[in-house]
Design a protein around this ligand. Structure first.
Ligand code: GDP
Ligand code: GDP
Length: 436
């Protein structure tokens, strides 16, 4: 089921990124602890009570030297287009400005639900300041303080109330949805075309087109796939749609709908920082991942070169150590036929279930081989483990004290599970739970 999207809009310095960081901060810092994952904070998951949603800080979409009003108009349009609910932020200490009114007009016309947050109301005495904001026409203004974290609960209650009621999406469980991500010019469009022109691929019907992507269903070797193609959508001409951040936003939505994400690297230009950032999103989303080294025709392609490039990929993407690497050329179509088998395998592993007794045999063997660590005289005890979900496969390990399960031992267990069951192409998750 697609998560709802909330966008924060407002002029510079009203406190958008402060609020954004408050709402997603904890999650982001967890993500940033993953080695190799760096990120731009304009889009992240946030939680309120039992609801998870995606949050966009439109203020992070920079538009070069455009004047303030143009920037704000563009940002409001992103919010209107992308979001289910918009948080319109104003500064309670400055009152309503012309720019606020301009944005209000656009939001008003959009008919999207808008929740008005009046920020910088740092203490209750200042609450009288909020009344003038009724005149913006969005009903009750919510007093908040980003720096002190006040008022956010009431604001979020209202936001979550506006979430559309989701009809359960009908997704054919046997169809493998996949997307291609990577920086501009790595060859995404070329690879989509190469795949769809491949001999043993039968394109079943013409694509469903959404605002963000073209979906093309096809079959190969008796399996049904849908390729989610965002690359072809990019040349629409609006300023924000040609920004890097906006293309990331679109890629993120494609990732969200995918079972398998192909992350492309350009063999000709090599690996750059942006590649890592983009790959980090696929990893964070818990999707199956295949790394594709494209333009291999431009490299002297003996075994040694391949091994050397592979080593480089492993160093730069340590968090994707489970992902297979496929070398190919979208242009000459060399080796493109080797790709779908990896997509299929990654997808099957992503949905694989391990029986509890079989899993526990492996865990017990692991314990015998490498006894659990002790901390301050207390030894970690592992009682049993069970798989609780798929996409990605997730395991709960019942222990005497979760604090005692350190990263290194968890990593050891993960490796044993991978050796025993072969989860090539998919991340797996391990959670510790207390059980006396
Ligand atoms: P943005 O440009 O809208 O993303 O605004 P920022 O989040 O960067 O905040 C702009 C400035 O306002 C920073 O100096 C923040 O520390 C400050 N600020 C943000 N929230 C509050 C608040 O609730 N109270 C006060 N007093 N200052 C705040
Ligand atoms: P996108 O921006 O990621 O969709 O990239 P495109 O598919 O538009 O490709 C960008 C450029 O790289 C085009 O000029 C392609 O012809 C070229 N290109 C794509 N794949 C290959 C390849 O395998 N080898 C070579 N030499 N060039 C390629």
């Amino acid at each position: 089921m697609r998560k709802s999207i909330v966008a924060i809009v407002g002029r510079p310095n009203v406190g958008k990124s402060t609020i954004f960081n408050r709402l997603v901060g904890e999650r982001i810092s967890i993500v940033e602890d993953t080695p190799g994952v760096t990120r731009d904070r304009i889009y992240a998951q946030a939680e309120w009570l039992t609801t998870t949603f995606n949050l966009i800080d439109t203020g992070g979409i920079e538009l070069g030297d455009e004047p303030l009003l143009v920037q704000m108009r563009e940002q409001a349009e992103v919010a209107i287009r992308e979001a289910d609910v918009i948080i319109f932020m104003v500064n309670g200490r400055e009152g309503i400005t012309a720019a606020d009114e301009e944005v209000a007009k656009l939001l008003f016309k959009s008919n999207k639900p808008v929740v008005l947050g009046v920020n910088k109301i740092d203490n209750p005495n200042m609450r009288d300041e909020i009344y003038e904001f009724y005149s913006l026409g969005f009903g009750e203004p919510f007093p908040i303080s980003g720096t002190h974290g006040l008022g956010l609960g009431d604001l979020l209650d209202q936001v979550v109330d506006y979430f559309p009621i989701k009809e359960t999406e009908i997704v054919d469980e046997d169809t493998i949805h996949f997307s291609l991500i990577g920086r501009p010019n790595v060859g995404k469009s070329s690879l989509v075309n190469a795949l769809l022109q491949q001999e043993r691929v039968i394109v079943s019907e013409i694509a469903g087109t959404t605002r963000d992507a073209i979906d093309t269903p096809f079959t190969n070797n008796g399996r049904d796939y849908v390729i989610i193609d965002t690359a072809g959508m990019r040349k629409r001409g609006k300023i924000y749609e040609s920004t890097e951040k906006y293309s990331i936003l679109r890629a993120l939505k494609a990732i969200e709908r995918s079972d398998v994400v192909l992350t492309l690297i350009d063999a000709e230009t090599g690996i750059i920082e942006q590649d890592k950032k983009i790959a980090g999103y696929a990893h964070e989303a818990g999707k199956a991942v295949v790394i594709v080294v494209n333009k291999w025709d431009t490299v002297e392609s003996d075994e040694k070169a391949m091994k050397a490039f592979e080593d480089k990929v492993r160093v730069h993407f340590p968090f994707l150590d489970y992902a297979p690497i496929v070398f190919l050329s979208a242009k000459t179509k060399k080796r493109t036929h080797t790709l779908l088998p990896h997509v299929l395998e990654a997808s099957e592993n992503h949905t694989k279930r391990i029986e509890t007794n079989v899993l526990n045999d492996v865990i017990m063997d692991a314990l015998a081989m490498n006894p659990t660590p002790t901390m301050k005289g207390k030894r970690l005890k592992i009682l049993y483990a069970t798989q609780v979900s798929v996409k990605p496969p997730s395991f709960v390990v019942f222990v005497n004290d979760p604090e005692l399960l350190h990263f290194s031992y968890e990593r050891f267990l993960e490796n044993r599970i991978r050796e025993a069951f072969g989860f090539q192409g998919t991340p797996i998750k391990i959670f510790a739970r207390r059980r006396q």
